[in-house]
Design a protein. Structure first.
Length: 681
């Protein structure tokens, strides 16, 4: 399109950058320099301009913004939402930091109409809008959603694959009611959602079991595996079952709880022995290839399994979901477990949240409902469910939401607080925090970063709550003696104890920057522990430094999210006769259920950061005895109710809210996350 035509479309009063590509690129340069855009986002617009010099400025802008949105977890750019509230939709300026000199998205896009933007995209040589499956242009426009082609493809693959699986129900044994009754005999719940979830999963190649913390997702899936494996073992053809989770930490947690649950199953040893106890990461399951986003297993080389269970599914991003589905043999079953209300993955896509859109209301068809009542022997009449149809709600027919927390019932402040936050009930949540009615939830008001109350909280001991002094005390008190050889397993035992003690407390921050961001809090805590004589140093590598791995390293077997602690150990001599040496090594749990420890040379570690504080995002899949959520002083686009809910539900025994300004908590709780995608069933 020519410049004069664009002027007509753009209309008077619009920012000149919207119809002058050079000016637009200069503005994108400025946004990049401010840290508002990634190099990648700006480079995409530059690349398209080089390839297609008459590409309209509005299309270049859209390309940079699609890429920017991916960095914020959105699979696509929603043109309408972007124009309705540009700064909010684009989370710009990031973390609320306005820079006066820069033109804001709201100023750039003021007066611009969605139909004009769409029209220019449709006419562009870099966008496919008609039958995109036959095209190869880098951008794809579907209605008002603009995608990078690769993400559009992932979304299509996920939708097509799920619809295919949902369209192929499986036969269930005639005696399913009796089998369910035997497995769920002791239940006091009516309806017992665990039993219903198990029944639904038994009849399909795809199913979802969602629920908050302690609602029994693991319990249910272990019984489901027993249900499926019993007849298979009886005919001498046990099912090949694999268990996986998105991170090593989540896999280690599930390995621990699965082991306990399988042991308590009311089934023959031959069946429980045929249920795996080890949980792997999705990356390991699919077979990561070095320096590649492809996996060893894919549609052409599918996984050798009959049943795949993936836990902590809220952390699965769209690309990973597409890869898992591609590698799954057509006849296999996939069961996703997770809490749909948690924060989504850091990568693009909120797959579980999108797939569970109808989970609260049930939306079962008359047929599904009648079938569930028949096989479970329970009535759903009083369950307050919505009525759906197979055609309009195909996925809902294979989704069950567990609604009763066995760990955090009404006696639990953590449970009540999490539920209030989930309902966006900020006043109710505040009442719970200030009432003093629950001994497991706490609130700490701080006047300034140097407030002594913060030091007390961090060190621990406040009302008997764990803090960081605990693991450092264990480090000192249980250190192996001078004479212990480097080959002695006592060093591993010591590291295990220190790591275990570190898991008792974790500070979680909502943001990275500012006085209450991860970076500053990490430095302040290290300095505090050093001043109190608990650490020898707070700079570089020092004994007691806890670190978080921020990038997968397959050679070392370390995954993004793994936590290790630097310890001074004695190393076995390399050659017989040589003296043993003391060395600083970072101890990591092996995450394979063995309880083993891996000691790594600090200089060999990939990207790591101190982890006295971590972002709530990074804490997903982990659990700590005492969690303290530190809120920043000002409202911020990343503060959402999902973030607060995720932080609260990381706590197994105590939760503390740390705040320095009124209203920030309330604002967060009243702001549900919106992730843009086209994944809808
Ligand atoms: N039907 C039940 N009756 C009694 N106790 C139960 C029942 N279901 C689960 N529990 C107990 O509740 C606790 C939590 O169960 P489980 O670990 O299965 O939940 P989850 O949803 O997987 O939890 P998480 O939040 O850790 O993912 C366990 O101690 C389990 O034994």
């Amino acid at each position: 399109m020519q410049g004069d035509q664009l002027d007509l479309l753009a209309g008077p009063g619009l920012a000149v950058e919207l119809h002058d590509s050079q000016r637009l690129l200069a503005l994108l340069d400025q946004w990049q320099a401010n840290g508002w855009l990634r190099t990648l986002d700006r480079a995409l617009a530059g690349f398209l301009y080089e390839q297609v010099p008459d590409c309209p400025a509005s299309v270049l802008l859209a390309a940079a913004l699609v890429s920017h949105q991916l960095g914020h977890g959105h699979v696509c750019l929603d043109l309408q939402a972007t124009l309705a509230e540009p700064d909010f939709a684009l989370s710009l300026p990031p973390e609320g930091e306005a820079i006066e000199a820069a033109l804001l998205p709201s100023q750039l896009l003021a007066g611009w109409r969605v139909t004009d933007w769409q029209q220019q995209l449709v006419a562009s040589a870099v966008v496919d809008s008609e039958r995109p499956e036959h095209g190869s242009r880098p951008l794809v426009l579907v209605g008002r959603r603009l995608y990078l082609r690769r993400y559009w493809q992932y979304e299509r693959q996920v939708v097509d694959s799920l619809l295919q699986r949902l369209g192929q129900p499986l036969a269930v044994p005639a005696d399913l009611p009796a089998r369910l009754q035997a497995l769920f005999a002791g239940s006091q719940q009516n309806p017992d959602w665990q039993r219903l979830a198990c029944a639904l999963a038994a009849r399909g190649r795809f199913s979802i079991i969602t629920g908050g913390p302690g609602t029994g997702k693991t319990t249910t899936v272990v019984r489901l595996l027993a249900l499926l494996q019993t007849p298979a073992v009886a005919v001498g053809q046990p099912l090949r079952i694999r268990l996986a989770a998105p991170t090593g930490k989540a896999a280690a947690r599930l390995t621990e709880s699965i082991g306990k649950q399988v042991g308590a199953l009311p089934v023959d040893a031959s069946v429980s022995e045929a249920i795996p106890k080890e949980v792997t990461t999705l990356h390991r399951l699919l077979g990561s290839l070095p320096d590649s986003r492809h996996f060893r297993h894919h549609a052409g080389n599918p996984l050798a399994l009959d049943v795949l269970v993936v836990d902590e599914a809220s952390m699965i991003d769209l690309e990973m979901m597409a890869c898992v589905l591609a590698a799954l043999p057509p006849g296999a079953r996939l069961v996703l477990l997770g809490d749909k209300d948690q924060l989504a993955s850091v990568e693009a896509g909120a797959v579980l949240g999108d797939l569970c859109r109808y989970a609260d209301g049930g939306w079962y068809s008359e047929e599904t409902r009648a079938w569930l009542e028949q096989v479970s022997g329970q009535s759903l009449t009083a369950a307050g469910l919505q009525i759906g149809e197979q055609v309009t709600h195909p996925l809902a027919q294979q989704t069950a939401m567990l609604r009763y927390s066995h760990r955090f019932g009404s006696h639990s402040g953590i449970g009540e607080l999490a539920r209030a936050v989930n309902r966006c009930d900020s006043a109710g949540a505040r009442r719970l925090l200030v009432s003093g009615g629950f001994s497991d939830i706490h609130r700490q008001r701080l006047s300034a970063p140097g407030d002594p109350a913060f030091a007390t909280l961090v060190l621990g001991g406040n009302e008997g709550l764990p803090g960081y002094a605990g693991y450092l005390q264990v480090l000192q008190d249980t250190r192996p003696g001078q004479g212990v050889s480097g080959a002695d397993p006592v060093w591993e035992g010591w590291a295990r104890k220190v790591l275990h003690a570190f898991d008792r407390f974790q500070l979680l921050c909502a943001v990275r920057r500012g006085d209450w961001g991860v970076e500053a809090v990490n430095q302040r805590v290290a300095a505090l522990l050093q001043r109190r004589g608990l650490l020898r140093s707070d700079q570089g590598w020092y004994e007691g430094r806890p670190v978080l791995v921020t990038r997968n390293d397959y050679a070392l077997g370390l995954m993004n999210g793994d936590i290790g602690i630097a310890l001074r150990i004695r190393e076995p001599a390399l050659q017989p006769g040589e003296p043993e040496k003391e060395a600083l090594r970072v101890a990591f749990p092996r995450n394979d259920g063995s309880g083993g420890i891996r000691f790594v040379l600090p200089s060999r570690l990939p990207e790591v950061e101190s982890v006295f504080a971590m972002t709530v995002h990074k804490s997903q899949g982990s659990e700590f005895e005492h969690v303290a959520l530190v809120l920043p002083e000002a409202g911020n686009p990343v503060l959402t109710k999902e973030l607060v809910y995720t932080a609260i539900t990381r706590a197994s025994a105590h939760f503390s809210l740390v705040e320095s300004r009124d209203g920030v908590f309330e604002q967060a709780v009243q702001t549900p996350v919106r992730r843009i995608s086209g994944l809808a069933f």
